[in-house]
Design a protein around this ligand. Structure first.
Ligand code: ATP
Ligand code: MG
Length: 576
C-alpha cells in the first residue's frame, strides 16, 4: 500500500480522557476512532491488526478441532429467562424492545444461544464432543467504559462453547482450550500469566483468566514465587489466622471511645493492634424488582479487607443486587450505629462472618452505641453468623494458601477467560443427549472467551516507547515500511518502487511512504505507527545503498538494496 493513497490520519493531540499508552497511541496512529463513549470503529491499519489477531485465534481454535460459526448479536429475552440470567446479568445487559414491545438484548455473551442450538441439534452421544466458536461483536453497557478498547461497550470477542458427554470429556476440552490460549497469546507477543479466577456472572465451577501483565491493568493477581499459586485477588483463598483455642474468654466490657470511627482510630485509642478488632461493613440488598430486600452486616478482622466477590458469592446474589447501606436507615431497623457497629445484638439483618473470627478471642467491636466500643467480644458466646465463610482479600505479604510463603501482587489486563460450566446451562435449559443405553443425560459444558479488541490494546500496552507503537511482527498492520525521503527524486523513487514490488512479490506486507512530506514527518510517523522493519531510501540510493532499521532496535545500518530486501524477508518469515 502506498501511504499517499491510504486513508490515514495521525493525530498530534489526543483527547484528555485518553490516559494510558494504548488508548493514546491507538488514537494518535488513527487506528481507532471513537464514536461515543465506549464505542469505537477501526480504520484501515487498526482493522488489519484486529484481523491478524482473529486469524491467530482461528488457527489455534481450528487446530483443536473447534468449528467456527456465527450467531446473531440480537437475542430474545426468553432464552435468558430460561437460564435465569435475564435478571442476574443486571444493568450491563444492553436491552432493546422490538416494535411489538417484545424484549431482546444485544448479546453480552452467548451461553444461552449456543445451548439452544445444541439442545435442538444434538440427540445422540455419537454427536459429542463438540466445540463451536465464533468471532463476533459483543455489547455490554459497562458502568465505566474507559481506556479505549480495554473496557468498551461494543467489542469483538471470540467465544467458544464445548459440549461433552461427561466431566472427563470436559476436562479434556478445557485443557485443549487452555493450551490453545497459551499459544494464541504467545503468538500475539504478550507476556501473560494464566491465573485461577472467579466465575462471576457466567457461573460454573473452575475458571482461569489469562492476564497480560501491565501496571494499567484492572485485574489484580496474587501469586507465590515459591510455588505455582496464582489467582485473581477476587478469587484467591486466604489462610485464617490460627485459632486461639487456649485463650480464655473474658467478660465483655463497654468502653468510651469518643470519635473513633475507623479501625485505625479505635486501635490507636485503645493501644491495641488492628488484628485485635472487628470491622463491620453494612449493606442493603435488592430483589428482582429492584426493591430493597433486607440488610447485610459483614464482619472481618480489623486489618483485613472485605472481598466483595466472596461476599456476593456467599449471599448467592448478583453483584448489582447489593450496595452500601444508608447507615442511619439501617440502624433504625437493625440496631447498628455507623462507625460503632459490632456483631453482638444486631437484629433483622443477615450476619456474615469471616471464617477466622470464630477462632479469635477477646476482640474489640463497635458497641452499637455512638462513641462506644466493647472489649472481649467472642464468637459463639456474644454473636453468631448466619453465614461463616472466607470473606477476606489476600494481600501482599499474606501467607500463600498453598505453601505459606509471603504472597506478591501484580496487575494485569484480562485478555481471556476459560470456564468449566458443568451442567449449569444444560440443566436450566434441558440440553440432553441419549447415552449408549438410550438414557437421557445432561450435556456437560465449558465456555472460553478472548477479548479480541482488548488483546489489541494489551499488545500496544506492552509494546511501545515514547515515540510510538512497536508491533510484534505477528500482529503488525504491515511488516515493512519503505520511507522514500524525496519522492520527486526519480532515482530514489525508482529504488523505493523496486524494493516495494520485490518485497510484495515475496509475500511481505509493505507500506511505501511516498507522501510529499518533510523527511522528519515521515520518520516520526514511521516510529509512531510502529511497523517492525523500516527501509529508508535516500541520498545513497543511486549507489544502491539504503538504511535498514528495526523499530525495536536503536541502531540503524546501511545495506545494499539486495541485502536489505533479503534481511527483511528473513525476519518477516521468521517472526510473522
Ligand atoms: P471484566 O472482568 O474485565 O469485565 P469479564 O470477566 O466480564 O471481563 P468475560 O465475560 O470473561 O469478561 O469475557 C471474555 C473476554 O472478553 C474477557 O476476558 C475480556 O478479554 C473481554 N471483555 C470483557 N468485557 C470487555 C469490555 N467491556 N471491553 C473489551 N473487552 C472485554
Ligand atoms: Mg472474565
Amino acid at each position: 500500500m502506498k501511504l499517499s493513497q491510504m486513508h490515514l490520519k495521525t493525530l498530534r493531540e489526543v483527547p484528555n480522557e485518553a490516559e494510558i499508552a494504548s488508548h493514546i497511541l491507538l488514537l494518535r496512529t488513527g487506528m481507532i476512532r471513537k464514536l461515543v463513549s465506549g464505542v469505537y470503529g477501526f480504520m484501515p491499519l487498526g482493522w488489519r491488526s484486529v484481523r491478524k489477531i482473529e486469524e491467530i485465534i482461528r488457527q489455534e481454535m481450528d487446530a483443536k478441532g473447534a468449528q467456527e460459526i456465527l450467531m446473531s448479536a440480537v437475542q430474545p429475552a426468553e432464552l435468558w429467562q430460561e437460564s435465569g440470567r435475564w435478571y442476574a446479568y443486571g444493568p450491563e445487559m444492553w436491552r432493546v424492545k422490538d416494535r411489538n414491545g417484545r424484549d431482546f438484548c444485544l448479546g453480552p455473551t452467548h451461553e444461552e444461544v449456543f445451548t439452544d442450538i445444541i439442545r435442538n441439534d444434538v440427540t445422540s452421544h455419537r454427536q459429542l464432543p463438540l466445540n463451536l466458536y465464533q468471532i463476533q461483536t459483543k455489547y455490554r453497557d459497562e458502568a465505566r467504559p474507559r481506556f479505549g478498547l480495554m473496557r468498551s461497550r461494543e467489542f469483538i470477542m471470540k467465544d467458544a462453547y464445548s459440549f461433552d458427554k461427561d466431566y472427563e470429556g470436559l476436562d479434556k476440552s478445557y485443557q485443549d482450550m487452555y493450551d490453545a490460549y497459551e499459544r494464541v497469546f504467545t503468538r500475539c507477543g504478550l507476556t501473560f500469566r494464566p491465573v485461577e479466577a472467579d466465575t462471576g456472572a457466567i457461573g460454573g465451577s473452575n475458571s482461569h483468566e489469562f492476564t497480560a501483565l501491565s501496571e494499567v491493568g484492572e485485574s489484580e493477581i496474587a501469586y507465590c514465587e515459591k510455588c505455582s499459586m496464582a489467582a485473581t485477588t477476587e478469587r484467591a483463598e486466604c489462610v485464617d489466622a490460627p485459632a486461639q483455642d487456649d485463650v480464655e474468654m473474658l467478660p465483655m466490657e463497654e468502653v468510651h471511645t469518643p470519635g473513633t470511627k475507623t479501625i485505625e482510630e479505635v486501635a490507636n485509642f485503645l493501644g491495641l493492634d488492628q488484628t485485635q478488632t472487628i470491622k463491620a461493613l453494612l449493606f442493603v440488598t435488592y430483589n428482582e424488582e429492584g426493591k430493597e430486600n433486607g440488610y447485610v452486616a459483614a464482619f472481618v478482622r480489623g486489618d483485613r479487607e472485605l472481598n466483595m466477590t466472596k461476599l456476593v458469592n456467599a449471599l448467592n446474589i448478583p453483584e448489582h443486587a447489593i450496595e452500601f447501606a444508608d447507615e442511619a436507615k439501617m440502624g433504625e431497623v437493625c440496631g447498628c450505629v455507623g462507625g460503632f457497629t459490632g456483631p453482638q445484638g444486631l437484629h433483622d439483618c443477615k450476619i456474615v462472618v469471616d471464617s477466622e473470627l470464630p477462632g479469635l478471642k477477646n476482640l474489640v467491636a463497635g458497641a452499637n452505641k455512638t462513641d462506644h466500643h466493647v472489649k472481649n467480644v467472642n464468637y459463639g458466646r456474644d454473636y453468631k453468623g448466619d453465614i461463616v465463610t472466607d470473606l477476606k482479600t489476600l494481600k501482599v505479604g499474606d501467607p500463600c494458601p498453598v505453601c505459606g510463603a509471603p504472597v506478591k501482587h501484580a496487575r494485569g489486563i484480562e485478555v481471556g477467560q476459560v470456564f468449566k460450566l458443568g451442567t449449569k446451562y444444560s440443566s436450566a435449559m434441558n440440553a440432553t443427549y441419549k447415552d449408549e443405553n438410550q438414557q437421557d443425560q445432561l450435556i456437560v459444558m465449558g465456555c472460553y472467551g478472548i477479548g479480541v479488541t482488548r488483546t489489541l490494546s494489551a499488545i500496544v500496552e506492552q509494546h511501545h516507547d515514547e515515540d510510538g507503537i512497536i508491533w510484534p511482527m505477528s500482529v503488525a498492520p504491515y511488516h515493512v515500511i519503505v520511507t522514500l525521503v524525496k519522492p520527486e527524486d526519480e532515482e530514489q523513487a525508482a529504488v523505493a518502487e523496486n524494493i516495494y514490488k520485490t518485497l510484495q512479490s515475496a509475500g511481505v506486507e509493505v507500506l511505501l511512504d511516498d507522501r510529499k512530506e518533510r523527511p522528519g514527518v515521515k520518520f516520526k510517523d514511521a516510529d509512531l505507527l510502529g511497523i517492525p522493519v523500516r527501509i529508508t531510501v535516500g541520498k545513497r540510493a543511486p549507489e544502491g545503498i539504503v538504511e535498514y532499521k528495526l523499530r525495536r532496535d536503536a541502531e540503524k545500518s546501511e545495506k545494499s538494496v539486495e541485502e536489505a530486501i533479503k534481511d527483511a524477508i528473513a525476519i518477516v518469515n521468521a517472526e510473522k
